[in-house]
Write a protein that binds this ligand. Structure first.
Ligand code: FES
Length: 310
C-alpha cells in the first residue's frame, strides 16, 4: 500500500527530477471547472472502494453507486460473482435500477421495459420484431472493471486503470486482514470544504485513526485504519468544488462484533473534529488557499498535478 509519507517521493518521481514540489494553483480548491476535471481525470480513472462484499449477501443482491456522478450498479450475479455496470439502459439511457439497494433476478428499465439479467445481458424487450434485424447481444449493459480485495468491492470506471494488485500492496497482511471483517456500520456527513482540503485534515489526523489500527492511504481520497479484528474506511467524496461528503465505514471480525461506530467515537472524535475544522470555505483571496496549495503540493503532488494537467 502506498503510505501517506511516501507520496511526496511519488511527486518527485512523477513530477520530474526537481527537489522542489511543483506548485499547485490555489484555484484548485474552489473552481468548478477543476472539480469537473478532477471527476473525469482522477476519480473516473482509478480504483475506488464502493462497498463491502457482505453488502451483497445473496444472488441478485445489488446496490447503486454514483459518488463520481456516473450512475453505476453493482450486483452479485447468479453465478455468485460480483459484477458492475453503468446504470444506463442501452435503449435510451434511462436508469435500469432506481432503488439504492435490493435484490432481483433481473433489472427492468421502467421507461420501455427492456430487461437485463444479472450478467448485464439484454433478455427481454417489448415488440422486438419492430426493431427488424435486431441482435440482443449487441445491447448488453456496459460493464465496469471490478475487483475484490480486503472484503471490499472496488470499481474502475475507465476500464483502463492498472490492475488493482499493482495499485495496492496485496502482500500487506494487515490490509488482507480486512477480508475477515464483516460490514458493521456506515455513516456519512457533509462538510463545507473542497475534498482536497479535507484530505489534508485527514492526514493531520492520522494519530486519531491510528488508535483504531495501522494506517493505509489509498489514492486519491481514502484512508483505511486496519487492526486484526476491526477496520475503518474514511473517504472524502467531492460533492462539488466547495462541499465534500465524508464516508465512514466500520467492519469487524465476529469476536469484535459488538463494536460500533459510536463506541469508536472517543478515538475518532479528534479526527472528526479535525475534519469539521476544514469547513472553512476557501476563496480566491483567502490566504488559507495558498497554504493548503503548498501542503497539497508537498503531500499529494501526483493527484494535484493530474488535476492541473487536465
Ligand atoms: S430507455 Fe430503457 S427501455 Fe427505453
Amino acid at each position: 500500500m502506498r503510505e501517506w509519507n511516501s507520496l511526496s517521493a511519488m511527486a518527485m518521481s512523477e513530477g520530474g527530477a526537481s527537489d522542489a514540489p511543483a506548485r499547485i494553483d490555489p484555484s484548485s480548491y474552489f473552481e468548478s471547472s477543476i472539480y469537473i476535471a478532477e471527476l473525469k481525470g482522477i476519480f473516473s480513472k482509478t480504483w475506488l472502494p464502493v462497498g463491502r462484499v457482505e453488502e451483497l449477501p445473496d444472488l441478485g443482491s445489488y446496490f447503486t453507486w454514483e459518488r463520481t456522478r456516473i450512475p453505476t450498479v453493482i450486483v452479485r450475479s447468479v453465478d455468485r460473482q460480483i459484477r458492475g455496470f453503468y446504470n444506463s439502459c442501452r435503449h435510451r439511457g434511462a436508469p435500469v435500477v432506481r432503488t439504492p439497494t435490493g435484490r432481483g433476478r433481473a433489472f427492468r428499465c421502467q421507461y420501455h421495459s427492456w430487461t437485463y439479467d444479472t450478467f448485464g445481458k439484454l433478455v427481454g424487450l417489448p415488440d422486438e420484431r419492430d426493431f427488424g434485424n435486431f441482435s440482443r447481444c449487441a445491447y448488453s449493459l456496459v460493464p465496469l472493471q471490478i475487483a475484490e480485495f480486503g472484503g471490499w468491492v472496488w470499481i474502475d470506471q475507465s476500464g483502463a486503470a492498472s490492475p488493482l494488485a499493482t495499485v495496492l500492496d496485496r502482500g500487506d497482511a494487515s490490509m488482507a486482514a480486512m477480508e475477515q471483517h464483516g460490514f458493521s456500520a456506515r455513516k456519512t456527513f457533509k462538510v463545507r470544504s473542497n475534498w482536497k482540503a479535507v484530505i489534508e485534515r485527514l492526514g493531520a489526523g492520522d494519530s486519531a485513526m491510528e488508535a483504531v489500527g495501522g494506517i493505509h492511504w489509498c489514492l486519491p481520497n481514502s484512508l483505511f485504519a486496519v487492526a486484526s479484528t476491526r477496520s475503518v474506511l474514511l473517504a472524502a467524496w467531492p460533492l462539488n468544488e466547495r462541499e465534500t461528503e465524508i464516508e465512514l465505514v466500520l467492519a469487524a471480525a465476529p469476536e469484535d462484533a459488538g463494536i460500533s461506530l459510536d463506541s469508536l467515537h472517543s478515538d475518532l472524535l479528534p479526527l472528526l473534529d479535525n475534519i469539521a475544522g476544514s469547513g472553512t470555505e476557501i476563496s480566491g483571496d483567502n490566504q488559507q488557499a495558498e497554504q493548503l496549495a503548498a501542503l497539497w503540493s508537498h503531500h499529494m503532488g501526483p493527484v494535484a498535478q493530474a488535476a492541473d494537467a487536465i
